[in-house]
Design a protein around this ligand. Sequence first.
Ligand code: FES
Length: 82
Amino acid sequence: MIICSCQAISDRDIHQAIDWMRAADETAIITPGKIYHALGKAPDCGGCMKLFVSSMRSNANLEVPVELRGLREVCKAKQVIA
Ligand code: FES
C-alpha cells in the first residue's frame, strides 16, 4: 500500500528501510527523516506523516534499544541534583 504519494513510498519500503537500519546499527534511533534518507527521498507536503509513523510503529524492529530507554528520566534527575 502506498503511504507517501508524493514520493511513492509503500509500507513495504518503510519496513525494509527499518529492518535494514536496525541490522546495520542495533542502537539506531529510527525516525521518519532517516527512513526518507535511506530511501534516497525527502518528504514534500507532509500529509502522510500520521500514516507514515503508524506504519513505522507496526514494525517490531522500531523499538528503542533497551540501553537508551529512560534517558529522559536520567536527565531530569541530573537537573534536579545540579
Ligand atoms: S504524501 Fe508524503 S510527503 Fe506528501
